[in-house]
Design a protein around this ligand. Structure first.
Ligand code: 13P
Length: 264
């Protein structure tokens, strides 16, 4: 199956950029350049495009590109609506600032802030409560992969991190092997296919029809050079991109694989 045929038979893929803790106001031009390039396309690109900047840039980025071809997401949220949580930001605040989605359970937060599946699930519920999509991240460490625990670990994260109210509209899963993040390493295509097939099976078992339509992104060292191969894998419905989303030209090189007329 070509990528074009695959895209036609699946929900619209999503290419989301996670800027992590990068980007001052001076970086907004990169988001604007992506938006302008997509708006100038003769036929619409076959994927949704999102940028998740640091919280400080959400409002101004949403104002800059909000009505255009790029949507704006956030990178984390607190579970509560409001309260005595110094330094935290609620899902409602992110939505109010113009975010339509929020990444929850990124491995950097699971590792650096000791976030558990249970907390990630609560954050996903908070996103839904605020009317946003939750992009729920899962993925194994190198040790877990070497111990042949990948499928078990990811299945456990899927079971624990997704709330019962997840639907194909309000939830997106992102499989990001921890060892592939920022390293230039990627799993073999066959390994990506195995993990995504298992995720799809679990989603269908738990959510029925919604599990078929729920998008499952791949993330970890996605760049223009490997995007076509990774995005063509069955059950891969787009990408979550870190480093290669910071510069418009790099990010557009990835988005390019969803340009319908040039897809192999
Ligand atoms: P890189 O694309 O830099 O490997 O990061 C992936 C990631 O963590 C996106 O959330």
């Amino acid at each position: 199956m070509t990528l074009t045929e695959k895209v036609e038979s699946r929900p619209r893929p999503l290419v989301a950029g996670n800027w992590k803790m990068n980007g001052l106001k001076s970086a907004l031009g990169e988001a604007l350049a992506v938006d302008k390039a997509l708006a100038a396309e003769v036929s619409p690109i076959g994927a949704e495009v999102m940028i998740c900047p640091p919280a400080t840039l959400i409002m101004v980025m949403a104002e800059l590109v909000g009505e255009g071809s790029v949507t704006v997401g956030a990178q984390d949220c607190h579970c509560a609506v409001s309260g005595a949580n110094t330094g935290d930001i609620s899902a409602e605040m992110l939505a109010d600032a113009g975010a339509s989605a929020v990444i929850v359970g990124h491995s950097e937060r699971r590792a650096d802030h000791r976030e558990t599946d249970r907390l990630v699930r609560e954050k996903a519920r908070a996103a839904h409560r605020a009317g946003m999509q939750a992009i729920v991240c899962v993925g194994e460490t190198i040790g877990q992969r070497q111990a042949d625990l990948t499928l078990e670990v990811v299945a456990r994260q899927i079971a624990g991190s997704l709330p019962d109210d997840a639907t194909a509209d309000n939830t997106i899963v992102a499989y990001e092997p921890v060892w592939a993040i920022g390293t230039g390493l990627t799993p073999l295509v066959a390994d990506v296919a195995d993990v995504h097939a298992m995720i799809r099976q679990r989603l269908c078992e738990r959510f029925g029809e919604a599990g078929i339509a729920m998008r499952v992104l791949y993330g970890g060292s996605v760049k223009a050079a490997n995007a076509a191969e990774l995005m063509a894998v069955e059950n891969v419905d787009g990408a979550l991109v870190g480093g290669a989303s910071l510069k418009a030209a790099d990010f557009l090189g990835i988005i390019e694989v969803y340009r319908t007329q040039t897809v192999p």
